[in-house]
Ligand binder design. Structure first.
Ligand code: ZN
Length: 303
């Protein structure tokens, strides 16, 4: 299947609603291991998602020979004297979303989309707590409403809670007012639930639109994409997820994971669309490997 066909089919999945929305978070079904091109015209034609290259130079890979201290994973990092990466206060270009962080060498951000989920989100939290790692959770408003205690548990552990719309729609199908409603309703409920108002936003599937950029600017939300997509939502197996993360990650990477899904009912049955146990199992494997390789963890710029 050609790339543009993949994009088209994924956009159809985003559009038809219901269960088809479950796995719609990964942009165009493409595993991006380099910063994706800015979505200059990210409307119904999927423009901007054509950078499907998986070029790798090996930098930042979590091989056993990589420098490691492995003892004290930092929640934030200090850039080294070499200034190998831009400073953390690098301004975001209007109309673009961040796909990288700028917090120092071998510093990356882990992100979890489509939760909260009352089973798998706590499992993720346990692993992160065990290793002293901070992460960012892009939550769906409808799931925030269902599982407020899980929202509060995420915040209590020091992680960032971010906005991922109310109902995970294809933003390209909505008016600007429709987009604003999706974002405002979600931020309002998150603030009401845990006292924290999100400052980061990720569009479902990564499909930012001009309307969504404008609404983000008006609401003070910073658009965030990703750099590494292991397509964990497609349940390729924990080993495959681990391999994809470790082979693609580099300084500044934002890693896309999923700790939940949007469903109409219970989402915890093993093997169901909402079962994120593969993501959990993969995290349990790749996180200590990244730490051993010297990686440190932060949150997206501005978060
Ligand atoms: Zn999503």
């Amino acid at each position: 299947m050609k790339v543009d066909q993949v994009i088209t089919s994924r956009r159809l999945l985003l559009t038809v609603g219901g269960a088809s929305l479950l796995c719609a978070c990964s942009r165009a079904g493409i595993r991006v291991s380099r910063a994706p091109a800015p979505l200059a015209s990210p409307t119904a034609d999927g423009a901007g998602a054509s950078d499907a290259s998986s070029e790798e130079d090996g930098q930042g890979s979590a091989g056993p020979s990589a420098a490691a201290d492995g003892t004290s994973p930092a929640q934030t990092a200090t850039p080294d004297a070499a200034g190998a990466v831009p400073p953390a206060d690098t301004p975001q270009t209007p109309g673009e979303a961040d796909s990288m962080v700028h917090a120092g060498p071998k510093t990356v951000a882990l992100t979890f989309d489509d939760g909260p989920n009352p089973i798998d989100t706590p499992r993720v939290l346990e692993i992160l707590r065990e290793h002293g790692v901070i992460a960012t959770f892009f939550m769906i408003g409808m799931n925030v409403k269902r599982y407020p205690d899980t929202v509060r548990a995420v915040l209590a552990q020091g992680h960032r809670i971010a906005n991922h719309t109310w109902s995970h729609p294809d933003l390209g199908t909505l008016s600007k007012d429709g987009v604003r409603n999706e974002l405002e309703r979600t931020s309002d409920l998150i603030a009401e639930t845990c006292g924290h108002r999100p400052v980061l936003f990720r569009a479902p599937g990564g499909f930012f639109t001009q309307n969504s950029y404008e609404v983000c600017a008006e609401m003070g939300l910073r658009p965030v994409l990703w750099d590494v997509d292991p397509e964990d939502w497609s349940d390729p197996g924990p080993d495959t997820i681990v391999q994809r993360v470790l082979s693609s990650i580099r300084t500044g990477s934002i890693v896309l994971n999923h700790d939940g899904a949007l469903t109409d009912g219970l989402i915890t049955a093993p093997g169901s669309d909402g079962d994120r146990s593969q993501t959990v199992d993969a995290l349990r494997s790749y996180l200590p490997q990244l730490i051993d390789a010297g990686y440190r963890f932060t949150v997206p710029d501005g978060g």
